[in-house]
Design a protein around this ligand. Structure first.
Ligand SMILES: [Zn+2]
Length: 469
Protein backbone atom coordinates (compact mmCIF):
# COMPACT_ATOMS: atom_id res chain seq x y z
CA UNK A 1 0.00 0.00 0.00
CA UNK A 2 2.67 2.35 1.06
CA UNK A 3 4.89 1.34 -1.81
CA UNK A 4 2.04 1.85 -4.24
CA UNK A 5 1.46 5.35 -2.94
CA UNK A 6 5.10 6.24 -3.38
CA UNK A 7 5.01 4.92 -6.92
CA UNK A 8 1.89 7.01 -7.56
CA UNK A 9 3.52 10.17 -6.15
CA UNK A 10 6.61 9.55 -8.23
CA UNK A 11 4.51 8.99 -11.32
CA UNK A 12 2.60 12.23 -10.81
CA UNK A 13 5.89 13.99 -10.19
CA UNK A 14 7.33 12.62 -13.40
CA UNK A 15 4.28 13.69 -15.40
CA UNK A 16 4.46 17.16 -13.87
CA UNK A 17 8.15 17.36 -14.59
CA UNK A 18 7.56 16.32 -18.19
CA UNK A 19 4.77 18.86 -18.57
CA UNK A 20 7.04 21.52 -17.18
CA UNK A 21 9.80 20.58 -19.53
CA UNK A 22 7.37 20.83 -22.41
CA UNK A 23 6.42 24.34 -21.36
CA UNK A 24 10.04 25.38 -21.25
CA UNK A 25 10.66 24.08 -24.72
CA UNK A 26 10.69 26.79 -27.33
CA UNK A 27 7.49 26.78 -29.34
CA UNK A 28 7.68 27.18 -33.11
CA UNK A 29 6.99 30.79 -34.07
CA UNK A 30 3.63 31.47 -35.62
CA UNK A 31 4.56 32.80 -39.05
CA UNK A 32 1.87 34.77 -40.86
CA UNK A 33 1.92 37.68 -43.32
CA UNK A 34 1.79 41.05 -41.55
CA UNK A 35 -0.10 44.26 -42.24
CA UNK A 36 -0.68 44.83 -45.94
CA UNK A 37 -2.58 47.33 -48.10
CA UNK A 38 -2.10 45.29 -51.26
CA UNK A 39 -4.40 42.42 -52.17
CA UNK A 40 -2.78 39.08 -52.93
CA UNK A 41 -3.84 39.57 -56.55
CA UNK A 42 -2.00 42.88 -56.60
CA UNK A 43 1.13 41.14 -55.29
CA UNK A 44 0.82 38.77 -58.25
CA UNK A 45 0.11 41.52 -60.78
CA UNK A 46 3.03 43.69 -59.74
CA UNK A 47 5.36 40.70 -59.55
CA UNK A 48 4.53 39.89 -63.18
CA UNK A 49 5.13 43.46 -64.30
CA UNK A 50 8.45 43.71 -62.47
CA UNK A 51 9.52 40.28 -63.70
CA UNK A 52 9.17 41.48 -67.29
CA UNK A 53 11.52 44.37 -66.45
CA UNK A 54 14.00 42.13 -64.66
CA UNK A 55 14.14 39.79 -67.65
CA UNK A 56 15.10 42.70 -69.88
CA UNK A 57 17.83 43.85 -67.56
CA UNK A 58 19.41 40.50 -66.80
CA UNK A 59 20.63 37.76 -69.08
CA UNK A 60 18.20 34.92 -68.40
CA UNK A 61 19.90 31.52 -68.68
CA UNK A 62 18.60 29.44 -71.60
CA UNK A 63 20.35 26.16 -70.77
CA UNK A 64 17.49 23.77 -70.06
CA UNK A 65 19.49 21.52 -67.72
CA UNK A 66 20.36 24.44 -65.46
CA UNK A 67 16.82 25.79 -65.61
CA UNK A 68 15.26 22.41 -64.84
CA UNK A 69 17.63 21.89 -61.91
CA UNK A 70 16.44 25.07 -60.22
CA UNK A 71 12.84 24.86 -61.37
CA UNK A 72 12.38 21.29 -60.10
CA UNK A 73 13.73 22.23 -56.69
CA UNK A 74 11.62 25.36 -56.55
CA UNK A 75 8.46 23.53 -57.52
CA UNK A 76 9.13 20.78 -55.02
CA UNK A 77 9.40 23.40 -52.27
CA UNK A 78 6.46 25.49 -53.49
CA UNK A 79 4.13 22.48 -53.24
CA UNK A 80 4.15 22.98 -49.48
CA UNK A 81 1.05 24.58 -48.04
CA UNK A 82 3.48 26.94 -46.31
CA UNK A 83 4.19 28.49 -49.74
CA UNK A 84 0.57 29.60 -49.90
CA UNK A 85 -0.15 28.71 -53.55
CA UNK A 86 1.31 31.74 -55.32
CA UNK A 87 2.11 31.26 -59.04
CA UNK A 88 5.82 30.76 -58.42
CA UNK A 89 8.32 30.82 -61.26
CA UNK A 90 12.00 29.95 -60.91
CA UNK A 91 14.43 31.50 -63.36
CA UNK A 92 18.19 31.61 -63.41
CA UNK A 93 20.07 34.75 -64.43
CA UNK A 94 23.67 34.82 -65.56
CA UNK A 95 25.31 36.83 -62.81
CA UNK A 96 28.54 35.95 -61.05
CA UNK A 97 27.55 37.62 -57.77
CA UNK A 98 26.05 35.43 -55.07
CA UNK A 99 22.42 36.41 -54.84
CA UNK A 100 18.82 35.47 -55.40
CA UNK A 101 15.66 37.47 -55.11
CA UNK A 102 11.92 37.04 -55.26
CA UNK A 103 9.33 39.52 -56.44
CA UNK A 104 5.95 39.83 -54.75
CA UNK A 105 3.52 37.17 -55.92
CA UNK A 106 6.06 34.54 -56.88
CA UNK A 107 8.69 35.25 -59.58
CA UNK A 108 12.09 34.23 -58.22
CA UNK A 109 15.50 34.77 -59.81
CA UNK A 110 18.66 32.90 -58.86
CA UNK A 111 22.11 34.12 -59.88
CA UNK A 112 24.39 31.53 -61.46
CA UNK A 113 27.00 32.75 -58.94
CA UNK A 114 24.87 31.44 -56.11
CA UNK A 115 24.69 27.97 -57.64
CA UNK A 116 28.46 28.01 -58.16
CA UNK A 117 28.95 28.83 -54.47
CA UNK A 118 26.74 25.97 -53.19
CA UNK A 119 28.14 22.60 -52.11
CA UNK A 120 24.99 20.61 -52.80
CA UNK A 121 21.37 20.81 -54.00
CA UNK A 122 20.09 21.51 -50.54
CA UNK A 123 22.08 24.72 -50.24
CA UNK A 124 20.47 26.07 -53.40
CA UNK A 125 17.12 24.77 -52.15
CA UNK A 126 17.74 26.63 -48.89
CA UNK A 127 17.93 29.96 -50.68
CA UNK A 128 14.92 29.13 -52.86
CA UNK A 129 12.95 28.19 -49.74
CA UNK A 130 14.02 31.42 -48.07
CA UNK A 131 12.84 33.41 -51.12
CA UNK A 132 9.55 31.51 -51.32
CA UNK A 133 9.03 32.39 -47.67
CA UNK A 134 9.47 36.11 -48.45
CA UNK A 135 6.70 35.76 -51.04
CA UNK A 136 4.36 33.70 -48.85
CA UNK A 137 4.86 36.06 -45.89
CA UNK A 138 4.41 39.02 -48.27
CA UNK A 139 7.37 40.88 -46.85
CA UNK A 140 7.83 43.17 -49.86
CA UNK A 141 4.33 44.59 -49.98
CA UNK A 142 4.18 44.63 -46.18
CA UNK A 143 7.15 47.00 -46.16
CA UNK A 144 5.77 49.07 -49.03
CA UNK A 145 2.46 49.35 -47.17
CA UNK A 146 4.09 50.58 -43.99
CA UNK A 147 6.19 53.10 -45.88
CA UNK A 148 3.32 54.55 -47.91
CA UNK A 149 0.35 54.42 -45.57
CA UNK A 150 -1.15 57.66 -46.79
CA UNK A 151 -0.78 57.52 -50.56
CA UNK A 152 -1.21 53.82 -51.24
CA UNK A 153 -4.92 53.29 -50.57
CA UNK A 154 -5.98 55.71 -53.35
CA UNK A 155 -3.44 54.27 -55.77
CA UNK A 156 -4.39 50.67 -55.07
CA UNK A 157 -8.06 51.57 -55.23
CA UNK A 158 -7.50 51.52 -58.96
CA UNK A 159 -8.47 55.08 -59.88
CA UNK A 160 -4.90 56.04 -60.62
CA UNK A 161 -3.63 52.92 -62.29
CA UNK A 162 -3.00 53.74 -65.92
CA UNK A 163 -1.02 52.61 -68.90
CA UNK A 164 2.15 52.15 -66.94
CA UNK A 165 0.38 49.40 -65.00
CA UNK A 166 0.57 48.99 -61.25
CA UNK A 167 4.35 49.29 -61.23
CA UNK A 168 4.26 52.50 -63.26
CA UNK A 169 1.94 54.04 -60.72
CA UNK A 170 4.01 52.76 -57.80
CA UNK A 171 7.12 54.31 -59.37
CA UNK A 172 5.55 57.69 -58.70
CA UNK A 173 5.56 56.87 -55.01
CA UNK A 174 9.21 55.96 -55.28
CA UNK A 175 8.40 52.24 -55.06
CA UNK A 176 10.49 50.18 -57.45
CA UNK A 177 13.15 47.53 -57.67
CA UNK A 178 16.24 49.65 -57.19
CA UNK A 179 18.81 49.46 -54.47
CA UNK A 180 17.27 49.76 -51.03
CA UNK A 181 13.92 48.97 -52.58
CA UNK A 182 11.25 48.45 -49.93
CA UNK A 183 10.13 45.50 -52.01
CA UNK A 184 13.45 43.70 -51.97
CA UNK A 185 15.59 44.85 -49.09
CA UNK A 186 14.19 43.21 -46.01
CA UNK A 187 14.51 43.97 -42.36
CA UNK A 188 16.17 41.54 -39.98
CA UNK A 189 12.88 40.29 -38.57
CA UNK A 190 11.62 39.46 -42.05
CA UNK A 191 14.91 37.66 -42.70
CA UNK A 192 14.59 35.60 -39.54
CA UNK A 193 10.99 34.65 -40.34
CA UNK A 194 11.93 33.66 -43.89
CA UNK A 195 14.76 31.51 -42.55
CA UNK A 196 12.38 29.74 -40.20
CA UNK A 197 9.58 29.21 -42.70
CA UNK A 198 12.16 28.22 -45.31
CA UNK A 199 13.62 25.68 -42.89
CA UNK A 200 10.20 24.09 -42.44
CA UNK A 201 9.61 24.01 -46.21
CA UNK A 202 12.98 22.41 -46.83
CA UNK A 203 12.31 19.64 -44.35
CA UNK A 204 8.86 19.02 -45.78
CA UNK A 205 10.29 18.75 -49.31
CA UNK A 206 13.05 16.36 -48.21
CA UNK A 207 16.04 18.72 -48.17
CA UNK A 208 18.22 18.68 -45.10
CA UNK A 209 17.54 22.06 -43.48
CA UNK A 210 20.91 22.00 -41.75
CA UNK A 211 22.27 22.99 -45.16
CA UNK A 212 20.61 26.39 -44.83
CA UNK A 213 22.65 27.08 -41.71
CA UNK A 214 25.79 25.67 -43.34
CA UNK A 215 25.38 27.77 -46.48
CA UNK A 216 24.84 31.01 -44.58
CA UNK A 217 27.87 30.17 -42.43
CA UNK A 218 29.91 29.60 -45.54
CA UNK A 219 28.82 32.89 -47.10
CA UNK A 220 29.56 34.72 -43.87
CA UNK A 221 33.04 33.24 -43.76
CA UNK A 222 33.47 34.38 -47.36
CA UNK A 223 32.53 37.91 -46.29
CA UNK A 224 35.15 37.84 -43.60
CA UNK A 225 37.86 36.59 -45.94
CA UNK A 226 37.23 38.95 -48.82
CA UNK A 227 36.17 41.91 -46.70
CA UNK A 228 33.41 42.39 -49.27
CA UNK A 229 29.78 41.96 -48.48
CA UNK A 230 28.31 39.00 -50.34
CA UNK A 231 25.56 40.53 -52.43
CA UNK A 232 23.00 38.25 -50.84
CA UNK A 233 23.55 39.91 -47.46
CA UNK A 234 23.04 43.39 -48.90
CA UNK A 235 19.41 42.65 -49.62
CA UNK A 236 19.01 39.94 -46.95
CA UNK A 237 20.65 41.46 -43.87
CA UNK A 238 21.88 38.88 -41.40
CA UNK A 239 19.54 38.57 -38.43
CA UNK A 240 21.23 38.08 -35.10
CA UNK A 241 22.28 34.52 -34.42
CA UNK A 242 21.05 33.48 -37.84
CA UNK A 243 22.63 30.08 -37.83
CA UNK A 244 21.67 29.31 -34.23
CA UNK A 245 18.03 30.17 -34.77
CA UNK A 246 17.90 27.98 -37.87
CA UNK A 247 19.41 25.14 -35.82
CA UNK A 248 16.88 25.70 -33.03
CA UNK A 249 14.07 25.57 -35.56
CA UNK A 250 15.39 22.30 -36.95
CA UNK A 251 15.29 20.77 -33.46
CA UNK A 252 11.57 21.50 -33.30
CA UNK A 253 10.83 19.73 -36.59
CA UNK A 254 9.72 16.11 -36.66
CA UNK A 255 12.62 13.78 -37.45
CA UNK A 256 12.67 12.45 -40.99
CA UNK A 257 14.99 11.32 -43.73
CA UNK A 258 16.06 13.84 -46.31
CA UNK A 259 16.13 12.23 -49.71
CA UNK A 260 15.66 15.05 -52.19
CA UNK A 261 19.32 15.56 -53.18
CA UNK A 262 19.56 14.93 -56.92
CA UNK A 263 23.35 14.72 -56.96
CA UNK A 264 23.34 16.85 -60.11
CA UNK A 265 24.90 19.99 -58.76
CA UNK A 266 28.44 19.08 -59.84
CA UNK A 267 27.34 18.81 -63.44
CA UNK A 268 25.25 22.00 -63.24
CA UNK A 269 28.23 23.89 -61.87
CA UNK A 270 30.35 22.64 -64.77
CA UNK A 271 27.78 23.91 -67.27
CA UNK A 272 27.74 27.29 -65.55
CA UNK A 273 31.53 27.41 -65.58
CA UNK A 274 31.45 26.91 -69.33
CA UNK A 275 29.02 29.74 -70.00
CA UNK A 276 30.46 32.63 -71.98
CA UNK A 277 30.85 35.89 -70.12
CA UNK A 278 27.84 38.16 -70.19
CA UNK A 279 28.46 40.76 -72.88
CA UNK A 280 29.32 44.10 -71.35
CA UNK A 281 28.20 46.74 -71.13
CA UNK A 282 24.68 45.66 -70.40
CA UNK A 283 23.51 49.19 -69.75
CA UNK A 284 21.93 49.70 -66.40
CA UNK A 285 22.82 52.59 -64.27
CA UNK A 286 19.12 52.78 -63.46
CA UNK A 287 16.99 50.09 -61.99
CA UNK A 288 14.01 48.37 -63.52
CA UNK A 289 10.98 50.56 -63.00
CA UNK A 290 12.46 52.30 -60.03
CA UNK A 291 12.22 55.92 -59.20
CA UNK A 292 14.05 57.74 -56.69
CA UNK A 293 17.63 55.31 -54.73
CA UNK A 294 21.03 55.84 -56.21
CA UNK A 295 23.47 53.14 -57.02
CA UNK A 296 23.70 51.10 -53.81
CA UNK A 297 24.55 47.46 -53.70
CA UNK A 298 21.32 45.62 -53.01
CA UNK A 299 18.35 44.36 -54.89
CA UNK A 300 18.72 43.19 -58.43
CA UNK A 301 21.80 45.21 -59.22
CA UNK A 302 22.95 44.06 -62.56
CA UNK A 303 26.54 44.80 -63.34
CA UNK A 304 26.48 48.03 -65.22
CA UNK A 305 28.40 51.21 -65.47
CA UNK A 306 26.70 53.89 -63.39
CA UNK A 307 28.49 56.46 -65.51
CA UNK A 308 26.93 55.15 -68.69
CA UNK A 309 23.95 57.30 -69.61
CA UNK A 310 23.89 56.52 -73.32
CA UNK A 311 21.25 53.85 -73.02
CA UNK A 312 18.96 56.36 -71.30
CA UNK A 313 19.14 58.83 -74.19
CA UNK A 314 15.85 59.95 -75.78
CA UNK A 315 15.12 58.73 -79.29
CA UNK A 316 14.36 61.28 -82.00
CA UNK A 317 11.03 59.75 -82.84
CA UNK A 318 8.24 61.03 -80.65
CA UNK A 319 4.74 60.06 -79.71
CA UNK A 320 2.01 62.04 -78.03
CA UNK A 321 0.89 61.95 -74.42
CA UNK A 322 -2.40 63.55 -73.45
CA UNK A 323 -3.33 64.31 -69.89
CA UNK A 324 -6.10 66.41 -68.45
CA UNK A 325 -3.60 69.25 -68.03
CA UNK A 326 -1.90 69.26 -71.41
CA UNK A 327 -0.73 67.29 -74.42
CA UNK A 328 2.88 66.97 -75.50
CA UNK A 329 5.20 64.66 -77.37
CA UNK A 330 7.79 62.42 -75.75
CA UNK A 331 10.52 60.07 -77.03
CA UNK A 332 9.24 56.71 -78.15
CA UNK A 333 11.89 54.80 -76.20
CA UNK A 334 10.91 56.41 -72.91
CA UNK A 335 8.10 55.08 -70.78
CA UNK A 336 5.46 56.96 -68.87
CA UNK A 337 4.91 56.24 -65.20
CA UNK A 338 1.45 57.54 -64.47
CA UNK A 339 -1.62 58.19 -66.58
CA UNK A 340 -3.76 61.02 -67.85
CA UNK A 341 -5.35 61.49 -64.42
CA UNK A 342 -2.11 61.59 -62.46
CA UNK A 343 -0.96 64.83 -60.84
CA UNK A 344 2.50 64.30 -62.19
CA UNK A 345 4.01 61.82 -64.60
CA UNK A 346 7.58 60.64 -64.90
CA UNK A 347 8.85 59.87 -68.39
CA UNK A 348 12.16 58.09 -68.81
CA UNK A 349 13.94 54.99 -69.92
CA UNK A 350 14.43 52.53 -67.02
CA UNK A 351 18.15 53.16 -67.50
CA UNK A 352 17.63 56.81 -66.61
CA UNK A 353 15.93 56.25 -63.29
CA UNK A 354 17.68 55.64 -59.99
CA UNK A 355 16.17 54.36 -56.79
CA UNK A 356 16.46 57.14 -54.20
CA UNK A 357 18.60 59.36 -56.42
CA UNK A 358 15.71 60.24 -58.66
CA UNK A 359 15.84 60.70 -62.38
CA UNK A 360 19.17 61.04 -64.13
CA UNK A 361 17.81 61.25 -67.65
CA UNK A 362 14.15 61.87 -68.36
CA UNK A 363 11.29 64.25 -67.77
CA UNK A 364 8.67 65.11 -65.20
CA UNK A 365 5.41 66.71 -66.25
CA UNK A 366 2.46 67.96 -64.27
CA UNK A 367 0.07 70.69 -63.37
CA UNK A 368 0.81 73.01 -60.48
CA UNK A 369 -2.41 74.59 -59.26
CA UNK A 370 -2.24 78.27 -58.55
CA UNK A 371 -2.95 79.32 -54.99
CA UNK A 372 -4.56 82.57 -56.06
CA UNK A 373 -5.22 83.90 -59.54
CA UNK A 374 -3.04 82.13 -62.05
CA UNK A 375 0.08 84.16 -62.77
CA UNK A 376 2.81 82.59 -64.83
CA UNK A 377 5.67 84.43 -63.10
CA UNK A 378 4.51 83.84 -59.50
CA UNK A 379 3.34 80.29 -60.09
CA UNK A 380 6.70 79.46 -61.67
CA UNK A 381 8.54 80.83 -58.62
CA UNK A 382 6.31 78.81 -56.27
CA UNK A 383 6.93 75.67 -58.32
CA UNK A 384 10.71 76.18 -58.29
CA UNK A 385 10.54 76.45 -54.52
CA UNK A 386 8.81 73.09 -54.25
CA UNK A 387 11.46 71.54 -56.52
CA UNK A 388 14.13 73.03 -54.25
CA UNK A 389 12.44 71.45 -51.25
CA UNK A 390 12.58 68.09 -53.01
CA UNK A 391 16.22 68.51 -53.96
CA UNK A 392 18.35 70.56 -51.59
CA UNK A 393 21.21 70.68 -54.09
CA UNK A 394 19.20 72.22 -56.90
CA UNK A 395 20.81 75.43 -58.20
CA UNK A 396 18.61 77.83 -60.13
CA UNK A 397 20.11 79.66 -63.11
CA UNK A 398 18.76 82.02 -65.75
CA UNK A 399 15.22 82.12 -66.96
CA UNK A 400 13.63 83.64 -70.03
CA UNK A 401 10.11 84.16 -71.26
CA UNK A 402 9.01 82.89 -74.68
CA UNK A 403 5.96 81.73 -76.58
CA UNK A 404 5.21 78.16 -77.59
CA UNK A 405 4.27 77.29 -81.15
CA UNK A 406 0.68 77.29 -79.96
CA UNK A 407 1.06 80.90 -78.84
CA UNK A 408 0.87 80.16 -75.10
CA UNK A 409 3.18 82.17 -72.83
CA UNK A 410 5.95 80.13 -71.24
CA UNK A 411 9.10 80.50 -69.14
CA UNK A 412 12.21 78.36 -69.46
CA UNK A 413 14.42 78.16 -66.36
CA UNK A 414 17.85 76.51 -66.33
CA UNK A 415 18.81 74.63 -63.20
CA UNK A 416 21.62 72.27 -62.22
CA UNK A 417 22.02 69.56 -59.63
CA UNK A 418 24.43 66.69 -58.93
CA UNK A 419 23.57 63.90 -61.35
CA UNK A 420 22.95 60.34 -60.16
CA UNK A 421 25.17 59.32 -63.09
CA UNK A 422 28.66 59.13 -61.66
CA UNK A 423 30.87 62.08 -62.39
CA UNK A 424 28.13 64.09 -64.06
CA UNK A 425 26.39 67.34 -63.31
CA UNK A 426 22.73 67.28 -64.11
CA UNK A 427 21.24 69.90 -66.43
CA UNK A 428 17.59 70.65 -65.80
CA UNK A 429 15.38 72.73 -68.04
CA UNK A 430 12.08 73.69 -66.45
CA UNK A 431 9.44 74.90 -68.86
CA UNK A 432 6.34 76.40 -67.29
CA UNK A 433 3.31 77.25 -69.42
CA UNK A 434 0.31 79.38 -68.52
CA UNK A 435 -2.73 77.25 -67.78
CA UNK A 436 -6.29 78.19 -66.76
CA UNK A 437 -5.74 76.75 -63.27
CA UNK A 438 -2.03 77.44 -62.70
CA UNK A 439 1.02 76.35 -64.66
CA UNK A 440 1.67 73.23 -66.65
CA UNK A 441 5.30 72.22 -66.25
CA UNK A 442 7.72 70.02 -68.07
CA UNK A 443 11.04 69.43 -66.33
CA UNK A 444 13.64 68.01 -68.70
CA UNK A 445 16.62 66.28 -67.15
CA UNK A 446 19.90 65.17 -68.74
CA UNK A 447 23.51 64.72 -67.72
CA UNK A 448 25.22 67.97 -68.71
CA UNK A 449 27.76 66.07 -70.77
CA UNK A 450 24.98 64.70 -72.94
CA UNK A 451 22.88 67.82 -73.29
CA UNK A 452 24.09 68.23 -76.87
CA UNK A 453 22.48 64.93 -77.82
CA UNK A 454 19.34 65.63 -75.82
CA UNK A 455 18.72 69.26 -76.75
CA UNK A 456 17.07 68.75 -80.19
CA UNK A 457 14.67 66.21 -78.67
CA UNK A 458 13.96 68.45 -75.70
CA UNK A 459 13.27 71.39 -78.03
CA UNK A 460 10.82 69.30 -80.04
CA UNK A 461 9.10 68.20 -76.81
CA UNK A 462 8.78 71.81 -75.65
CA UNK A 463 7.42 72.97 -79.02
CA UNK A 464 4.76 70.27 -78.93
CA UNK A 465 3.17 71.35 -75.64
CA UNK A 466 -0.51 72.21 -75.95
CA UNK A 467 -2.46 73.54 -72.99
CA UNK A 468 -6.14 74.45 -72.75
CA UNK A 469 -6.61 78.21 -73.10
ZN1 LIG B 1 15.83 37.33 -47.36
Amino acid sequence: MRAARIVFVLAVGAVLALAQQKNNQPKPRNLKPGFNLFSKDQDVQMGREYAAQVEQQFVVVKNEEVNAFVRNMGERLAKSSLADKYPYTFKVVQEKSINAFALPGGPTFTHTGLISAADNDSQVAAVLAHEIAHVALRHGTNQASKANLIQLPAVLGGALIGNGGLTGTLAQLGIGLGSNSVLLKMGRNAERDSDLLGTRMMAEAGYNPVEMARFFEKLQAENGRSGRLTEFFASHPNPENRVKSIQAEILMLPARTYDAESGQIGRIKEIIKGMPDVPKPKPQPGQPGAQGGGGGQSGPQPAGNPGDYRSARPSQSLRQFRSQAAAFNYPENWQIAGDQNAQEVVIASPAGVFQGGGIGYGAIAGLSQSRGRPNLQNDTQALIQTFQQRDQNLRVGNSRGFRLQSGAAAIATRMTSPSPFQGQTEADVLVTVEHPSGVFYLLLIAPEGDLGAAQPVFDAMIDSIQVPR
